[in-house]
Design a protein around this ligand. Structure first.
Ligand code: AMP
Ligand code: MG
Length: 305
């Protein structure tokens, strides 16, 4: 059984680990070690223009990597540890390699809340890049076995942190040019506004967040969204009761959005394993966490939002 100590040894040796978090499983490497960061890009098959999120144990370490203003501190104060990533001006001190930032003058940072992630980060004492542990473009792993299936061959320390409680990647908010809600997640737009007031604008075209590729989170089967009754041959991701008689993967029998979020990626994976003609997904309301779920589903189906 891999221990926290094995994970820290691997990070110090420039090797990759699994970083289990409350959002999804991350593929971790020391943020300041360019050679280790290069291994993350190559294991994922991730384009080099797509920067990585740096995970740290606390605000003090985050402030050694990035410049925080009052709004950034207010958001960190309310939502850290937790599923919020802040994009801030980077300190140019080599603690995050240029490669991890894809050459940008900004850096994305987050303090996760999963106890094992925090233990690893505290023991390591500095930043760990950890994009989702899937191969680029595929659904994120939210169970240990899914992470092993995707990138297990590349890690020197594979810690099993159980199923991810939230199951969707972190919310990304940029403070580089006003306040922008770049990626929907468990911290909703409304929650951000309640702490720091109105947002300057929303980035739907992905220019400010280079990772918002059109086809993303996608299983092998074609995905169709907003389907109330699928034709036969499909696998169906339901949200509440359904009369479909083919294979059904229930996102939430009681139509609960947080339960649906935590079941989303594993249901896409399990449905895909049946080799269905299509994976059809029930309509999901767009409020609260529904915005983040629909964002992932639109991208999995190839629809540009
Ligand atoms: P992932 O690590 O795959 O969950 O994705 C990280 C997300 O954060 C991607 O959408 C990135 O494009 C985005 N991101 C990371 N660093 C930055 C940055 N410096 N500026 C804007 N977006 C960023
Ligand atoms: Mg990802």
């Amino acid at each position: 059984m891999t221990s926290v100590r094995d994970a820290v040894t691997a990070l110090n040796a420039g090797n990759l680990i699994f970083l289990p978090t409350e959002t999804v499983y991350g593929l971790g490497a020391s943020a300041g070690d360019a050679a280790a960061v290069a291994k993350v890009y190559s294991a994922k098959g991730r384009p080099h223009f797509n920067p990585l999120i740096v995970h740290v144990a606390d605000l003090a370490i985050a402030e050694s990597l990035a410049y925080f203003d009052d709004r950034a501190r207010a958001l960190a104060g309310v939502f850290w540890p937790g599923p919020l990533t802040l994009v801030l001006p980077a300190r140019d001190n080599g603690r995050v390699s240029d490669l991890a930032r894809a050459g940008l003058d900004s850096v994305a940072v987050r303090v996760p809340s999963h106890p094992l992630a925090l233990e690893i980060l505290q023991a390591f004492g500095s930043g760990v890049v950890a994009p989702s542990a899937n191969r680029s473009g595929r659904p994120s792993p939210t169970r240990f076995r899914d992470a092993v299936e995707e990138t297990g061959a590349y890690v020197a320390a594979a810690i099993d942190g159980g199923d991810c409680q939230i199951g969707l990647e972190s919310t990304v908010v940029s403070l580089m040019d006003g306040v922008r809600y770049l990626r929907a997640g468990a911290v909703t737009r409304q929650q951000i506004k309640s702490v720091i007031g109105p947002l300057e604008g929303d980035d739907h075209d992905g220019h400010r967040s280079p990772g918002r590729l059109t086809l993303h989170y996608a299983p092998d089967a074609k995905v169709e969204i907003n389907v109330t009754l699928p034709e036969s041959g499909c696998a169906y991701l339901a949200f509440g009761p359904t009369s479909y008689t083919g294979p059904v993967f229930q996102l939430s029998a009681s139509s609960d959005l947080s339960e649906a979020a935590s079941n989303l990626f594993k249901s896409l994976r399990d449905a895909d394993k049946l080799n269905p003609s299509k994976i059809c997904v029930a309509p999901i309301p767009d409020h609260g966490l529904g915005e983040a779920i629909n964002d992932r589903l639109k991208r999995a189906s190839g629809f540009i939002g």
